[in-house]
Write a protein that binds this ligand. Structure first.
Ligand code: M6R
Length: 365
């Protein structure tokens, strides 16, 4: 049932060109430069009234929410905020009928996310689910939303759910942007940018053997730092979460600018840096942060754009992703880090599909 793969996680990583396609298929209107998200049931007229979008979730789904926050603000110009679902419930949030709450959950059963959904419903907000499991509690209680259609995710470490969640959030950003100031022409390009993602993921998957070789240089680490800026900051968070979960290496993700505000004190030759530096805004700044780390002897793994030779002198190892605008590059960059985490864990002899202390769905608070 693992389709010839050694682990479900690897199978699910490799399924992503198809699972992402299944998420976007039939939901893009290339002619109108828009997305068609009927289950969301939000009309352009409702959007004009909207004050804010709140994205809630836990773990990987929370990291996806952060990408959604950036994309919705970036393209649609609607204030957006991401919040850990448990925090949302317990801090008596200010939320009401002019707010759209997007509850993000692979399983649709996560207790904290469900409790937040109920709180948002009680406060009169518009609540929609971004859920993978059809008929799950969150899908039912939100009543509106978008199914991911990523197919069953068995591995405890979430992979294809994240890339489908991000694909959905980009489609939402497009829809909201088109109801505001985004032109049809820009919308048409945006659709193309999303549709290009499955092939970009294929390009990353082709480097599986190369990534496995690179992974060997990192298996002795006790701790690792992941850094990125802008759209690459959630990717850093997700990369660090993956490696913690399955390889048991302590990892932390930082906004690249934050490192120098304290944590840089921890750097030694034993602590590698994984830096997200695809070509685009923020790259040069992150590279300067990388240079500061290298000056302290840290080994550096870069995730960079194919053909971008400017980065060559900054990293000991480099994983290349195809050229893409950063909101789309989130997905191939994450896939690169999924494979990296997988191989590090495999080489360390870890039980990849069933990491210690973890269950697939967290139905207790
Ligand atoms: O099913 P959900 O998306 O609501 O689950 C949320 C988290 O428990 C989940 O993403 C968890 O962080 C994963 N094990 C991460 O790989």
């Amino acid at each position: 049932e693992k389709g010839g793969y050694a682990h479900y996680m690897l199978k699910e990583i490799f399924e992503q060109p198809d699972s992402i396609w299944n998420t976007i298929r039939g939901r893009m209107d290339s002619d109108r430069g828009n997305s068609v998200l009927s289950g969301l049931n939000v009309q352009p007229r409702d959007l004009a009234e909207l004050h804010r979008v709140l994205l809630i979730g836990c773990g990987t789904s929370l990291n996806a929410g952060l990408v959604g926050e950036y994309a919705i603000e970036d393209f649609a110009g609607i204030p957006a905020e991401v919040e850990q679902a448990a925090e949302f419930r317990y801090r008596n949030p200010i939320v009401g009928s002019k707010d759209l709450v997007l509850a993000i959950s692979q399983s649709g059963e996560t207790a904290d996310t469900l409790a937040a959904v109920r709180e948002a419903v009680d406060k009169g907000a518009l609540v929609a689910g971004l859920v993978n499991v059809v008929g799950s509690t969150i899908a039912r209680e939100t009543g509106r939303g978008i199914y991911l259609h990523a197919g069953p995710e068995i591995s405890v470490a979430s992979t294809k759910a994240f890339t489908s969640q991000v694909s959905c959030l980009l489609m939402i950003a497009l829809k909201f942007a088109r109801a505001a100031r985004m032109s049809r022409e820009r919308g048409v390009r945006f659709v193309k940018e999303i549709e290009a993602i499955p092939d970009q993921v294929r390009e990353v998957l082709k480097q599986n053997d190369h990534i496995a070789e690179i992974a060997e240089n990192y298996i002795k680490a006790e701790s690792a730092f992941y850094i990125g800026r802008g759209y690459m900051y959630p990717v850093a968070l997700e990369g660090a979460l993956k490696i913690k979960e399955i390889s048991y290496i302590h990892a932390e993700a930082f906004h690249a600018a934050e490192l120098k505000h304290g944590s840089i004190a921890l750097l030694t030759e034993e602590l590698p840096i994984i830096a997200l530096v695809p070509d685009g805004p923020g790259k040069d700044k992150t590279l300067s942060n990388v240079a500061e780390c290298r000056a302290r002897g840290s080994k550096v793994l870069l995730v960079a754009t194919e053909g971008d030779d400017e980065v060559n002198d900054y990293g000991d190892d480099i994983i290349r992703i195809p050229a893409a605008p950063l909101h789309a590059a989130v997905i191939p960059a994450t896939v690169a880090l999924q494979l990296f985490a997988y191989h590090v864990a495999r080489l360390r002899g870890c039980p990849i599909d069933q990491p210690r202390n973890l269950a697939k769905s967290v139905t207790v608070e």
